[in-house]
Structures are given as structure tokens and as C-alpha cells.
Design a binder for this molecule. Structure first.
Ligand code: NAD
Ligand code: MG
Length: 406
């Protein structure tokens, strides 16, 4: 790379944002942070602005705007706030937008970046789960490019790119004449071997203690329920243009293999790496080149054995619900996502038992009518209605806090 790439980091204070900025910090001659956006962490955003000196920063939470302005009074930086401010930043031209906001909260900015024809390194899977058809259609219409950052999708992208060369500017859309299917691996999370009877009593602290990765709270709980892998199947459906039954998932506790591509000649390409999001992020940032950012090697001899097993649907009902939502299509994935966001937040607040997350999602899916998702407003309306249903289901489920199982 000869010219400095300008980068906007949406969700700069989060886990993906921090990993991205660690690479920007390491390679000042390659990358420059032009804009940084956060939700409500004014203090964290101010510290990042002081270090990276972006042109613009955005804070979603208007109530923290004064705090941010005061903290940066001596710095020359444009400060924008609120939803409109964050989408304005996402649409401001840069070489790459890293979409690292968590939840559907990231959808407006992903769509704004897409409609501005930007190149997007996408971590925010919920945007594709809730509005994949809309996002991909707009990407094609506006000439935007989406590079997958989620490690499994990045792995598939790498395997597919490895075969297809780097000629195509389009990240997604596999050629199913030569590809038969893909596989996303899953760690199985912290409760892979917990006796089923013990699952209802699992605490938020236990749920967020992921065996391999350090991530934000929401995705950590999603990994424990395996809703995360369900969301990733839906994400892969939109990214790669495959049928649901062409997206296989295997539990692979060692998390060395992140994704595989099966070709019709019998060959299988796999991508292996350690559990560090800087690997997929660096691949997206430098694409189509590779960064030499670490000298650590994946030590397969130390790992010893790689094992793979099918997903146990009884243990992971959220995974089954997500697969069903994809088959149902229409608004079902958006409803699933909204209900899950509410249920996970309720679990983290100690309001419902771990196993009730799936119960809430199931209830809301059962109560919702099908609807068309053809605009951002339509998605947000479905999201809001599903959240109301989920909150009601949470209230109902609170009384079952000590129930034994879903
Ligand atoms: P996180 O909770 O650590 O960080 C979320 C970031 O989003 C924070 O900077 C927060 O301030 C910001 N944010 C929240 N609401 C916002 C709003 N309304 N407007 C603007 N900013 C807002 O989350 P994370 O673990 O970094 O995950 C981010 C996304 O990346 C998720 O969609 C997750 O599924 C995906 N992802 C994460 C990892 C990982 O290792 N953390 C891996 C793969 C995919
Ligand atoms: Mg992932």
C-alpha cells in the first residue's frame, strides 16, 4: 500500500473498534483515522480523539455532548451528535468505514455508508440480519463494497478469494457452479459441556466468560446461547448469496479453523488463525494485500487435536430459532434479532434466566405477523414492534426466573 488509507471507525470505543485502532496505531504510515463514532462513552471517545486526532467525531448520546465538548475544548475536531450526526459521518467519503456498532443500532449508519458507495469492513452482523436484502440491494445500486470482518465470514472470504484471485472488487456472491457449500465454525461457548439441568442457573458473569475470545457483552451472551452462530448463518446468506442449506455450522472448540469452503471437485479450503480479531480486521483493512502486524504463529502442535461436532439443537435452541427465521424469510430475521437484543439485555440485567432468552425470542416470533422489509423505516417499525412484544415476554418470564429449562 503506497497511499495512506483514510478510515472511519463506527463503534470506536468497543471491542472491534479497539482492535481496529490498535492496527491504525501500529501502522500510522498506512492508515489514518478520519472519523470516530461511539454510543455514549464520551470519556473513551475523547481519549481516542486526543490520540488519533480525527477530523470528525460522533457521539450518539446527545446527553453526553457537553461532557465531550468540554473534554476536547483545546482540540481542533468537529463534534457531531445524535443519530443524524452518526449517519452523516458514516456517509462522509473515506477509503474504508469499519462498521463496529453493536446491534440494530448500527443499521442506519451501515445503510448510510452503503448508499454513499463506501467500502465497508462489516462487523455489525445485526445490520445484515435485520435488513440484509435492503443493504445488499442498496450496495449493488450504489456501488458499495462490503468486506466481511466477522471472523468466520472473513475466513470464507479469504478461501474464496484464494481461489478466485483478487481481481473482483466484489467481496461477496459465491459462484455456486464451483462452490457447493461453506462451513462456519463455532466454539460452542462457555456452556458447551454444562449439564442441561444447570443451564437455567447460569449467571451473566459465567455467560460472558468466553473460552477463546474477549468481546463485547452482547456478542458474548449470543455466543453462549449460540444465537451468534444463528445470526452468522443469516449474515452469510446475504453476504455470499447461498441457500440456507449451503451454510453448514460445526462446533470446533479449539477455534483454529474459522471457516471452510467446499468446492464441487471435492476440495475444501479452510482458513486457520488464532483467536484475535486483528487477523480478520487487518485482512479487511489491507485488502487485497496483507499486513505483517504480528509474529505470533498458530501453534498447531501445542493445540494437538482439532475436533468438530454437529450442533446440539436441544442445548442451543436459539440456533434452531435463527435457522428457522432464515427459512421463514421476510421480517422473521428482523423480529428474531429485536427479540434477542431485548432478551439478552434482560438477562444481563438479571431479569430473566439464561434459558429464557430462547423462550422470549420464540414467543415474539410466534406473535408477529409477516411483513415486507423494503426501507429503513419499515425495518425500524418492525424492530420497535418486536421490542414491545419482547419486553412483555420478559415481564412474563421474570416470574419463571428459577424455572428449570426452556
Ligand atoms: P461492544 O459492545 O464492545 O462495542 C460496541 C460499540 O458500539 C461501542 O463503541 C459503542 O459505544 C457503540 N455503540 C453502541 N450503540 C451505538 C449507537 N446507537 N450509535 C453509535 N455507536 C454505538 O461490541 P463489539 O463486541 O465490538 O461488537 C460490535 C459488532 O461487531 C457486533 O455486531 C458484533 O456482533 C460484531 N462482532 C464482534 C466481534 C468481537 O470480537 N467483539 C467479533 C465478530 C463480530
Ligand atoms: Mg463470528
Amino acid at each position: 500500500m503506497s497511499v495512506i488509507k483514510t478510515i472511519t471507525v463506527m463503534g470506536a470505543t468497543g471491542s472491534i473498534g479497539q482492535s481496529t485502532l490498535a492496527l491504525v496505531r501500529q501502522f500510522p504510515e498506512l492508515f489514518s483515522a478520519q472519523a470516530l463514532v461511539a454510543g455514549s462513552d464520551a470519556e473513551g471517545l475523547a481519549a481516542l480523539a486526543r490520540e488519533f486526532r480525527p477530523k470528525m467525531i460522533g457521539l450518539h448520546d446527545l446527553t453526553k455532548l457537553d461532557q465531550l465538548r468540554t473534554a476536547l475544548a483545546d482540540i481542533d475536531v468537529e463534534i457531531i451528535a445524535g443519530e443524524a450526526g452518526c449517519t452523516q459521518i458514516a456517509a462522509s467519503p473515506v477509503d474504508m468505514v469499519v462498521a463496529g456498532i453493536v446491534g440494530i443500532a448500527g443499521l442506519p449508519s451501515v445503510l448510510a455508508a452503503v448508499q454513499a458507495g463506501q467500502t465497508i469492513a462489516l462487523a455489525n452482523k445485526e445490520a445484515l440480519v435485520s435488513a440484509g436484502g435492503l443493504v445488499m440491494r442498496e450496495a449493488a445500486r450504489c456501488g458499495a463494497h462490503i468486506l466481511p470482518v466477522d471472523s468466520e465470514h472473513n475466513a470464507v472470504f479469504q478461501c474464496w478469494q484464494g481461489w478466485n484471485g483478487h481481481a473482483s472488487k466484489h467481496a461477496a456472491q459465491a459462484d455456486t457452479d464451483v462452490l457447493s457449500h461453506i462451513c462456519l465454525t463455532a466454539s460452542g461457548g462457555p456452556f458447551l459441556h454444562t449439564p442441561l439441568d444447570d443451564l437455567p442457573a447460569m449467571t451473566p458473569q459465567q455467560a460472558v466468560r468466553h473460552p477463546n475470545w474477549t468481546m463485547g457483552q452482547k456478542i458474548s451472551v449470543d455466543s453462549a446461547t449460540m444465537m451468534n452462530k444463528g445470526l452468522e448463518v443469516i449474515e452469510a446468506y446475504w453476504l455470499f448469496g447461498l441457500q440456507p442449506d449451503q451454510i453448514e455450522v460445526l462446533i470446533h472448540p479449539q477455534q483454529a479453523v474459522h471457516g471452510m469452503v467446499y468446492f464441487r471437485d471435492g476440495s475444501v479450503l479452510a482458513q486457520l488463525a488464532g483467536a484475535d480479531m486483528r487477523t480478520p480486521i487487518s485482512y479487511a483493512l489491507a485488502w487485497p494485500e496483507r499486513l505483517h502486524w504480528a509474529d505470533t504463529r498458530l501453534d498447531l502442535a501445542a493445540i494437538g487435536q482439532l475436533s468438530f461436532e454437529a450442533v446440539d439443537m436441544q442445548r442451543f435452541p436459539c440456533f434452531a430459532l435463527a435457522r428457522q427465521a432464515l427459512r421463514d424469510g421476510g421480517a422473521a430475521p428482523a423480529i428474531l434479532n429485536a427479540a434477542n437484543e431485548v432478551a439478552v439485555a434482560a438477562f444481563l440485567q438479571g431479569k430473566i434466566a439464561f434459558t429464557r432468552i430462547a423462550a422470549v425470542v420464540d414467543t415474539v416470533l410466534g406473535q408477529s405477523a409477516s411483513a415486507q422489509i423494503d426501507s429503513l423505516e419499515a425495518v425500524m417499525a418492525i424492530d420497535a414492534a418486536s421490542r414491545d412484544l419482547a419486553l412483555a415476554a420478559v415481564t412474563k418470564n421474570q416470574s419463571y426466573l428459577s424455572d428449570q429449562c426452556f
